[in-house]
Design a binder for this molecule. Structure first.
Ligand code: NAI
Length: 344
């Protein structure tokens, strides 16, 4: 079986080669992202393997079908970059629903602690033999209220971590998890109540039409003054212009972003020798109270191994057993998990 692997990075190859060899799958790695211009590279492949910033729109799907490519294997959980409606009936879409919720939740806490305890500044200062503490005052997490939007796999691990710090949790989810609300330290509330009462807000819901810009000028206006915003989910959950305005007005006290609305133009690449062509991102990065990591939250040894193993098993399931439990299907609901893998 041949799979064209787009947006390949050096850290992807060892685990994909290992599992590929075990199961007889040959991955042909391409550094370029999958786009309408690069889709031709998949000629002769049985499937394509793509990541978060590859484009799987109608034009790409049409071209893949013309070339008899039968499957899009996402090596990630989110699938907002795939036109699922158009894919239905044309090409099968597989994904890795969970590979390490701990990786993302722990990175979220790492960002929060770095930000509020000024670790990023201390690191630079002490390397310069500057041992002054001026401007380094942080605040305790103990006793603070964290608002968690999305209480799925990652959101729940993040809640556990926050509870370990003695924080109170206000949660919002379109589909609340039974038994999570204990009526005391963890409570489900409306988005408005969450915005009004949270010292820290962390986003762990998928990007959908409903959640697009869930953090915008209106919601930011409802937030506590000085709120810390964490986004390790998807960039377009946050209206970046509105966030910038709220940072300037001091409504937002700090922001930690592992994702950015227009990240596909920049993230995962080295632009250190270039002029950044995105004023909003450049301005955000210039702020002393903003920390940006480039979609790094998933990047642990454990997650990379799990991603490769599940992707390979998905492909084997699909091609050799005619069934993959991780197939996505538009017809099964709003692009939700297809439990049969036999929808068309
Ligand atoms: P999950 O599917 O386990 O949980 C998502 C939760 O969001 C569910 O409880 C769901 O009911 C809830 N939800 C759905 N629509 C909602 C809405 N309109 N409002 C509020 N809540 C809503 O997903 P998981 O594994 O926890 O991942 C969450 C997100 O994290 C993914 O969608 C992905 O965007 C992001 N992610 C980021 C990574 C990174 O490296 N930065 C890596 C992996 C995932």
């Amino acid at each position: 079986m041949k799979i064209a692997f787009f947006d390949a990075k050096p850290y992807d190859k060892p685990s994909f080669d290992r599992y590929g060899e075990m199961y007889g799958i040959v991955f042909k790695y391409y550094e370029t992202k999958l786009t309408e211009d690069t889709v031709g590279l998949a000629e002769g492949a049985d499937g394509v393997c793509v990541f978060v910033n590859d484009t799987v729109n109608a034009a790409v799907i049409d071209r893949l079908c013309e070339m008899n490519v039968r499957v899009v294997a996402l090596r990630c959980a989110g699938f907002n970059n795939v036109d699922m409606k158009y894919a239905f009936g044309r090409i099968h879409v597989l994904r890795v629903p969970a590979y390490s919720p701990y990786a993302v939740a722990e990175h979220t806490m790492a960002l929060l602690l770095t930000s509020i305890r000024r670790i990023h500044k201390a690191f630079i200062r002490t390397r310069d033999y500057n041992f002054s503490l001026a401007g380094m005052t942080g605040f305790d997490l103990h006793g603070k209220t964290v608002g968690v939007i999305g209480t799925g796999r990652i959101g729940r691990v993040f809640i556990d971590i926050c509870r370990g710090f003695g924080m109170r949790v206000l949660a919002y989810d379109k589909f609340p998890v039974p038994g999570l609300d204990n009526g005391d330290t963890i409570r489900y509330v409306s988005p408005e109540e969450l915005f009004r009462n949270s010292d820290i807000i962390s986003l762990h819901c998928p990007l959908t039409e409903e959640t697009y810009h869930i953090i915008d000028a209106v919601s930011l206006e409802q937030c506590k003054r000085g709120v810390v915003l964490l986004n390790t989910s998807r960039g377009a959950l946050v209206d970046a212009e509105a966030l910038l305005a709220a940072i300037k007005s001091r409504r937002v006290g700090a922001a930690c972003l592992d994702v950015y609305e227009e990240e596909s133009d920049f993230f995962f690449e080295d632009y250190s020798g270039h002029i950044l062509d995105d004023d909003t991102l450049a301005r955000l990065i210039s702020m002393p109270n903003v920390i940006v990591t480039s979609h790094q939250a998933f990047l642990t040894e454990e997650a990379l191994s799990n991603i490769a193993e599940t992707t390979v098993q998905n492909l084997i399931g699909f091609f050799e057993h005619g069934e993959c439990p991780n197939e996505l299907c538009y017809r099964c609901g709003e692009a939700s998990d297809c439990k049969t893998g036999k929808c068309f």
